[in-house]
Design a protein around this ligand. Structure first.
Ligand code: IPE
Ligand code: IPE
Ligand code: MG
Length: 254
């Protein structure tokens, strides 16, 4: 008998014929966009080609998320740990981000997807930071799906920053440690004001969070797939959403 990892039996939809019920979508879906390098390697291409293909997949999935009516889509684009990669790969990723944002700004009035950046943008170069700022500013008033791009984001770094900000407010007499609640603390995170993700998806076969939204995904449902991010078509998102719809979320109750 083949050994089937326990997550496989639980995460697929109840019967593979299950259809997506668009009236019961999760409000917030978060995706770790992983597998670009392996996608390129399989094709004998440089890793950068995988990142370029991954950026196109992001464009398609963001538009699809808006079309089906998700309220929030949060994607992991570059982690605080990704600086460990060769400098050439990091600059290629940053270059692709600039290219992507320039194109997105050009088409913004048509696509009308609201974009926000989560993470410490201060180490990015001026041009990229300015593109992030403009993208957020132009899309502020758009209605519909909000797409959050996690850039130089790390969950632990986010929590430490939040603790520092809270401690500073306490020192300034603006906050009271004894009155702090989990909800109140959440407001200090990059995701302040954004509901927690209902569903976290990780393509590429890895079964870990890699420092992605550890606080916010405390009660999220998880969906893992071997599909590599550049191959993650809207049909793959449907599969994850169908699996989500077959779960029973109890939040500790019955
Ligand atoms: C994800 O793909 C993109 C980033 C982390 C920036 P990877 O580059 O991690 O692809 P693999 O995991 O090596 O296949
Ligand atoms: C997580 O993927 C970060 C992003 C997708 C941006 P990694 O490829 O960096 O994660 P690890 O190294 O496999 O944990
Ligand atoms: Mg990876």
């Amino acid at each position: 008998m083949p050994i089937i990892p326990i997550f496989q039996s639980k995460q697929s939809g109840a019967g593979s014929e299950a259809e997506l019920d668009r009236s019961r979508l999760p409000r917030h879906v978060a995706i770790i966009m992983d597998g670009n390098g392996r996608w390129a390697k399989k094709r004998g291409l440089p890793r950068t080609a995988g990142h370029a293909a991954g950026a196109e997949t992001f464009r398609t999935i963001a538009t699809y998320a808006k079309d089906i009516g998700l309220d929030y889509l949060t994607v992991y684009a570059f982690s605080t740990e990704n600086w460990k990669r060769p400098v050439e790969e990091v600059s290629a990723i940053m270059g692709l981000l600039k290219k992507y944002l320039l194109e997105a700004i050009g088409k913004m009035e048509k696509d009308r997807v609201k974009m926000k950046f989560l993470g410490d943008l201060s180490p990015l170069d001026d041009e990229l930071r300015e593109l992030c700022r403009r993208t957020e500013e132009i899309s502020t008033h758009y209605e519909g799906c909000q797409v959050n791009i996690c850039l130089n984001y790390g969950g632990r770094d986010e929590i430490v920053r939040a603790v520092r900000a809270f401690a500073a407010d306490c020192a300034a007499g603006k906050a009271d440690p004894a009155a702090l609640t989990a909800e109140g603390f959440s407001e200090y995170l990059y995701t302040g004001g954004i509901p927690d993700p209902d569903l976290v998806i990780r393509p590429s076969g890895e079964l870990r969070l890699s420092n992605f939204l550890p606080w916010q995904s405390a009660y999220a449902e998880f969906y893992f797939t071997d599909v590599l991010w550049p191959d993650f078509a809207p049909a793959e998102l449907d599969k994850a959403l169908i699996a989500y719809q077959s779960r029973s979320r109890r939040f500790g109750g019955v």
